[in-house]
Design a protein. Sequence first.
Length: 381
Amino acid sequence: MQLNKQQLQGLPTPAYVYDTALLAATLDAIKAAVRDDANYHVHYAIKANDHPAILKQIAAAGLGADCVSGGEISAAIEAGFPAQKIGFAGVGKADWEIELAIKAGIGFFNVESREELEVISQIATALQTEARVCLRINPDVSANTHAHITTGREEDKFGIARQHMVEVIRLAQQLPYLSFVGLHFHIGSQLLDMTDYEALCARVNELQDLLEAEGITVPNINVGGGLGIDYADPDLHPIADFQNYIDTFRSHLRLRDGQQLHFEPGRAVVAQMGILLTRVLFVKHTETKDFVILDAGMTDLIRPALYGALHKIENISAEGSEVKTYDIVGPICESSDIFARDYQLPITKRGDLIAIRSAGAYGQTMASTYNHRSLPKTFLV
Ligand code: LLP
């Protein structure tokens, strides 16, 4: 996003500032990458950013929604996502959430276990309403990313083991008020190496051959989300390479006749449109280090503390060109409340305005009130 110093100067901090023009350009890039393939469907993963105005803009662009809670389903419907374009995923769905989803008439459940399948069938039977189910299969493909956000290996908690796939599909076909409509996969997040997706395609092709031999038809294939973004240089790559991502599936996945292909990107849709705007409270000098202490902390943006993620940090107020090395930290009473160590900024002083970049995804949605702090405010520009 373009940082406009005048515009940002008057805003209270800490705050998330979202650039809706960049979001619009990103949504255009997604549409361009899909081309006119009517059987390709993109569902935005709401967990990345659930701000109502952002959801409205994404719904208006024609995307569907990938939800992981009853709250997200309600927010999606409120924002104008048509119910039939909503998918509901997650390893632990509560009964009330399943009921809400069936009553809302969502497009499909992504079911993660035999146990869950049985409960959905019971609730659908009680409501006398058919539930459409996709089975999330654990592809046992490991992805090149942080251990906390790789999800498709055998030891991860997600999905149904592929060895059990056929019997669980048969169960889905037999249970009352269920209709088996497809398979779902997701291998991880912040993926930039397309060979990870090629490995997923190879696995899906293999599983599809097996199912074909069993006489099972699969109307929908959902390949999840995970496309990564450039945290190091957001200005060089403000929009993720959706073309390359979607083309990877176009050329490596063997879709059957009439089969629909679904994608669930979250981060790549919204990360670059957001900054966390914060002010310098103190610059503290010690024997060994200089600390820039911000008014934003891990309660506002937890990614650095939780994953060791590095977001680009800019001093918007500084005018000189002389730089210094700082540890850039928040005010929270935890030693992991650090945004960056040994980071170079122009000479920084109390009151300077700082932008923490690429914070539109998994920033505000993961904020907490630890230390009895207020949740960060939001501004759309
Ligand atoms: N589909 C499923 C089944 C998922 O579990 C996720 C993300 C997505 C789609 C969207 O993935 P994306 O396109 O955003 O990578 N809080 C972490 C990321 C957690 C991702 C969880 N699942 C972070 O800040 O990096």
